[in-house]
Every structure is written in structure tokens, then in C-alpha cells.
Design a protein around this ligand. Structure first.
Ligand SMILES: [Zn+2]
Length: 511
């Protein structure tokens, strides 16, 4: 067991749909961060999940003439298959219909009730089934429809239980002040702060006459409703980390709490940035350290909707090209605070420019030069390196990756490929043919080799299988980065002899 712990989660995935490219985007972001932390010596818990206590899932099962349990089993299997295909390195997969989750949610509601944060009330609300959330009149479009679903919201009148969010207004303001980086990026945090100023009302957490859901512990006539039935999954996997875990001893993974990072889409940011910290405080749990909010991927400038048939299947797309192409595009084409319109041509273009050409060219030149002088001299690491490597490594580790700025990290590393290609253009080592110039040639190659090694380590969390291959090609004494006991700085500083004996195939063939 490692001392340093890191707990990261993916967004909520609903089960009325298999994951599309937007979901893959969020999961890939989480995966890169999880892999980075593993190499940096952390014991990483990485949880992903499906929210099954939903009206949408029930309606969908009815549409298909399926039993709800069979339907949910089928969908959970499909979700897991997508994440496995994409090699998302999760350690926990939780379904919110699991007994361990029901048990924990009931414990939490009981605690919250006893702390006087749950009250009974009569309310009449507009409710959109598609969004699974209450709507205010001003949320609707000019035709009184949900602007996202273009459906008429239901009018709900019933007596149910409310979480007294209004009691947390000042506490949240103070919490935000004390944690100025709680929500990343800044533009999303500012949106949430505006919300907090304008609107903080108690929200309904139970419903009656609903057939499907977690029984509400303080009233048998009710079932638990959003967001209590969903968000506490993040804690369920810490409190009851084993699936069949009702009989096992609890608190096994509680030292992973509070979560270090929740990755969420912007449509659920409000619930994670405003509701969730209040719900946790009310139940006596610590708040998560950070929430990272991603924008939307659109297709032809429209939000992806099942009914529009405009979803891009991440499995199909990565099978046609590669995981690396998809990841490169999703993580570098646009900053995380933006929405972005998906473009296959642009994805291929970026892949060819950055991976096939820029890196390919550099590797090829390195290979040709190394083969040329192989055997002439015993290789040994030289301290004379023309470019300042520590500039990249300290920047990478302490600044970018730890603030989860994945685009800037990649952009910066790619910039060094250009610098190195230019370095070769300037030094022209292929002209150093004379025996007396051998030392100079070797110095240039060492410089290049050391840079390639460092960059492959930097890029490993992103493109792990190709970077593993690259490290194996240039670095004899290579070992499994995610399992070794070295952190990034130790890896960066670890110098070894290297050897290149044979020609290799292009790491990233041109498309
Ligand atoms: Zn809606």
C-alpha cells in the first residue's frame, strides 16, 4: 500500500443510452489523470458508475417491453464493455441499484434527517423527465418547453421531503472563498457563484407513487429522489468497496475520502458544486477537493441527442482510427472550458500533423543517426545536454498536470518536438561524418535520446501503449511505469544506457 492516495470519479452516466463521444471525453480525461497519479506514486481509486434509479430508464425498459432488471443488467454490461474497450483504468464500477448503495443512501438520509436538514413540504413544480430535474418558468423556452428536450414539462403536485439547501447559502459562500480552485475551470466556477447568489432553494429528495427507487428510510410511502439516490455513490464505493459488501467490514476505503477530483459535464456542474458539498456537510462528511467541469461535444453544432441520431460511437471511432487519435483530438483541439463541434477530418488532420509527422519525423531521424554509429562506441550518459530538460519536467509535474490542464500539458510537450526537429536542422548531425566529429555527433544523439525519454514519460498517461513501445525501443532497462515505485521526478532523473540495434516501424503510421 502506498501512503499517497488519490480518488477520482467520472460523471454520472445514465442507463437509457450507451456512452457516446461526449461520455468518452469525460472518461478519457479522468483516465489520463488517474494514470498520471499512478506513475507519480499514488494509490489511485478510480470510480465510474451508472445511475439506474431513473424514470428515464424505467420508461425506456417499458418501450422495449423489457423487465426493468433485465434492462438495467443489459445496459450496465454495455457501459462496462465500452470503458473496457477504451482501456479506462477504473478500479470501481458501481450501479446505483446495488444493495450496498441502497443501504448507504438510507444511512445518509437518516443522519441528515436527524441533523434537521430534511423537512416535509407541499410543492408544485415543473419537472422535465429528460433532464430529470425541476424547472423554473424562466428555464423554459418561449413555447414553455424544456430548451434541451423540446418537451413540455410535467406539473408535479405532491407532498414529499425536501433537503434544506437554503440553510447552506452562507456556508457555501465561505467554502468557495476558502477554496478558490474548488471548481476548475474558472469560467464554470464563476457561473456557479452567480447561481449561488441568485437562487438557493430547498429541493425535493423523495417522491411518492414511484415504483422504482431506493425506499425512503423515514417514510415508507416514499422513494428517494435526485440527487440523494445518485451522488452518494461516490462515497458508497469507499464505505462499502466490495460489491456484495453488506456483510464485509465497512470503512475499508474511507481513507480515500474526501475525493480528490470529480470529473463532470457542465450540465451537472450545479449539482456537484452547489448541492453536493451541502449534502455532504449536512450528513457530516468532508467535501471533495476539486470538481473539474468539461464542456459539451456537439455534432453539427447540435447537442448530442439520441432522438437526433447524431451520436458518435467512441468504440466505432477508435476502432476505425485509434484510441490515441481520439484522445489527442478530444484533449488538444479545444480547451476544457469550451464546447466543441466534433469533426472527424480535423481529428485525422491533427493526428497526422502531430503524431505521424512531427513525432514520426523526429524518431526517424534519431533512428537513422543511431543506426549509423551503433557499435562504434560504448554508450554512456553525458551531462552535457544542450536544452534545459528540467524546465519541462518541473513545469509538467508541478504546474500543469497537477492543475489538470491536460491541453496545455500536451501542447507544451508537442512544442518540444518542434524544438528538437529544429535542433537537428540547426546542428545537422548527418554532416558529421569525420571520425574527429564523432564525439559531437554522440552528444547530439544523447541530447535527443534524453529528450525522447523524458517526453515519452510525460506522454505516458495519455498514450500509454505507444509510449511504452517507444521507451522500450530507446531504453533498455525499462519497467512498468504504473507499477514501479518511482515518482515522476525520480523517473525523469533516472538515466540509463541506451541502445538502438535495429530498424523500427513507424510508431504512428500516417492516415
Ligand atoms: Zn429537459
Amino acid at each position: 500500500m502506498k501512503d499517497k492516495k488519490f480518488y477520482i470519479t467520472t460523471p454520472i452516466y445514465y442507463t437509457n443510452w450507451v456512452p457516446h463521444i461526449g461520455h468518452a471525453y469525460s472518461s478519457l480525461v479522468a483516465d489520463v489523470i488517474a494514470r498520471y497519479k499512478r506513475i507519480d506514486g499514488f494509490d489511485v481509486k478510480f470510480s465510474t458508475w451508472v445511475d439506474e434509479n431513473s424514470q428515464k430508464a424505467l420508461l425506456k425498459a417499458q418501450d422495449l417491453w423489457m423487465n426493468i432488471v433485465d434492462y438495467l443488467d443489459m445496459m450496465a454490461t454495455k457501459h462496462q464493455a465500452v470503458w473496457d474497450w477504451l482501456n479506462i483504468s477504473y478500479t470501481d464500477f458501481i450501479r446505483t441499484t446495488e444493495p450496498r448503495h441502497h443501504k448507504f443512501v438510507q444511512e445518509v438520509i437518516q443522519k441528515t434527517f436527524e441533523a434537521w436538514f430534511i423537512k416535509k413540504g407541499n410543492y408544485e413544480w415543473l419537472y422535465c423527465i429528460g433532464c430529470e430535474s425541476f424547472k423554473k418558468v424562466e428555464d423554459l423556452n418561449t413555447d414553455w418547453l424544456c430548451p434541451d428536450h423540446l418537451t413540455k414539462p410535467e406539473i408535479i403536485k405532491e407532498e414529499n421531503y425536501f433537503f434544506e439547501l437554503s440553510k447552506f447559502q452562507e456556508k457555501l459562500e465561505k467554502f468557495y472563498e476558502e477554496n478558490p480552485n474548488f471548481t476548475i475551470p474558472n469560467n464554470r466556477f464563476n457561473e456557479m457563484k452567480t447561481f449561488l447568489k441568485e437562487w438557493l432553494e430547498d429541493f425535493s429528495i423523495s417522491r411518492n407513487k414511484k415504483l422504482f427507487g431506493i425506499p425512503f428510510p423515514i417514510d415508507k410511502e416514499q422513494v428517494t429522489y435526485v440527487w440523494y439516490d445518485a451522488l452518494f455513490n461516490y462515497l458508497t464505493v469507499c464505505k462499502y468497496p466490495v460489491k456484495s459488501g453488506l456483510s464485509i467490514s465497512p470503512d475499508l476505503d474511507m481513507d480515500f475520502w474526501p475525493a480528490d477530483l470529480h470529473v463532470v459535464g457542465k450540465e451537472i456542474a450545479r449539482f456537484h458544486v452547489i448541492y453536493w458539498p451541502a449534502m455532504l456537510e449536512a450528513a457530516g462528511y468532508e467535501k471533495p477537493k476539486n470538481v473539474l467541469v468539461t464542456g459539451f461535444i456537439t455534432v453539427d453544432w447540435q447537442k448530442i441527442w439520441k432522438s437526433l441520431g447524431n451520436a458518435i460511437d467512441p468504440v466505432e471511432f477508435s476502432a476505425k482510427y485509434s484510441r490515441d487519435l481520439m484522445l489527442l483530438y478530444l484533449l488538444t483541439a479545444f480547451p476544457i472550458w469550451n464546447d466543441w463541434d466534433f469533426s472527424e477530418e480535423q481529428a485525422v488532420f491533427m493526428y497526422n500533423a502531430k503524431l505521424a509527422n512531427n513525432l514520426g519525423n523526429l524518431l526517424n531521424r534519431f533512428l537513422v543517426l543511431s543506426l549509423k554509429i551503433w557499435g562504434k562506441i560504448q554508450w554512456k550518459i553525458d551531462d552535457k545536454i544542450s536544452y534545459n530538460i528540467s524546465q519541462l519536467t518541473s513545469w509538467y509535474d508541478s504546474i500543469r498536470m497537477n492543475s489538470y490542464d491536460l491541453k496545455q500539458t500536451l501542447d507544451k510537450v508537442f512544442l518540444f518536438w518542434d524544438i528538437l526537429n529544429k535542433y537537428l536542422d540547426d546542428t545537422k548531425p548527418w554532416n558529421l561524418k569525420d571520425e574527429s566529429q564523432l564525439e559531437e555527433l554522440i552528444n547530439i544523439l544523447y541530447t535527443l535520446w534524453e529528450w525522447l525519454r523524458i517526453m515519452a514519460i510525460c506522454l505516458y498517461p495519455f498514450f500509454y501503449d505507444k509510449m511504452w513501445e517507444l521507451l522500450n525501443r530507446i531504453w533498455l532497462n525499462y519497467w512498468d511505469l504504473e507499477k514501479c515505485d518511482l515518482n515522476f521526478n525520480e523517473l525523469f532523473n533516472k538515466t540509463e544506457t541506451f541502445t538502438i540495434k535495429e530498424k523500427w516501424e513507424a510508431l504512428y503510421p500516417r492516415i
